[in-house]
Ligand binder design. Structure first.
Ligand code: HEC
Length: 200
């Protein structure tokens, strides 16, 4: 009995002194019984044999749309109606939406097109990559839906901004573009009668 106890004590001491999981050690821990950290499992997006395709994770069911990500193919989301760009935007500009449009335009468009939209932004000044004027006759005659399309999808060398600018904000920018165009192409007719004297 005494020999047995001594042996057990020695074995226990040996186990304790080799260190257990949880104590800081650079040595590989001794696993008397299998550690639960090591068990058969699939890691996300790894190769696996669970499904009919060789992936560990189930793919989304066909036609699944992320919550809040449903965007029907309507005028509001595309700027297109019966295959044509809509002439007038599907959102009536308000003082608030124009303010949003101004903030977004100054953030996303002015580096290239300048704050007044004449195309002489800082990028063009530094690089010689000239953005077009958004206040000349050509841009003034573009349909609202086309301006929306350019913001969402880009055009020729201009990149798309659909990932940075949500749908409603794109229309807000279109509204603000019309403000810039109107401001750049004012005539004497636009000056209030009592102010005309100061200009003439
Ligand atoms: C990184 C620079 C850059 C930014 C930012 C930028 N654009 Fe442009 N944009 C350009 C360039 C360059 C062109 C001329 C593209 C060409 O003709 O190759 C252009 C052209 C355009 C045109 C004319 C399209 C046509 O048919 O000629 C519109 C409208 C326009 N941009 C609107 C915007 C609006 C609105 C924003 C902000 C959401 C914006 N751009 C942001 C560089 C930029």
């Amino acid at each position: 009995m005494r020999i047995f106890l001594t042996t057990m004590f020695t074995v226990a001491l040996a186990l304790v002194s080799t260190g257990c999981a949880g104590t800081a050690s650079k040595e590989t821990p001794v696993e008397v019984f299998g550690d639960m950290a090591h068990q058969p499992k699939y890691k996300p997006q790894a190769v696996g044999k669970h499904f009919s395709y060789d992936m560990s994770t189930a793919g989304p069911v066909a036609g699944t749309v992320a919550m809040g990500g449903y965007q029907p193919n309507d005028i509001f989301n595309t700027g297109v109606e019966n295959g044509n760009y809509v002439g007038v935007m599907p959102m009536t500009p308000t003082r608030e939406s124009l303010k949003v449009g101004q903030a977004k335009f100054n953030t996303y468009c002015s580096p290239c097109h300048s704050r007044v939209g004449d195309g002489r932004g800082i990028v063009g000044q530094k690089s010689g990559w000239i953005a077009s004027s958004l206040i000349d006759k050509r841009a003034t005659e573009m349909a609202d839906g086309y301006l929306y399309h350019v913001i969402a999808n880009g055009v020729r060398s201009m990149p798309a901004y659909r990932n940075q600018i949500p749908v409603a904000d794109r229309w807000a920018i279109v509204g603000y573009l019309r403000v810039l165009q109107r401001a750049a192409n004012g005539t004497m007719e636009d000056v209030p009668a009592d102010m005309k004297g100061r200009l003439e």
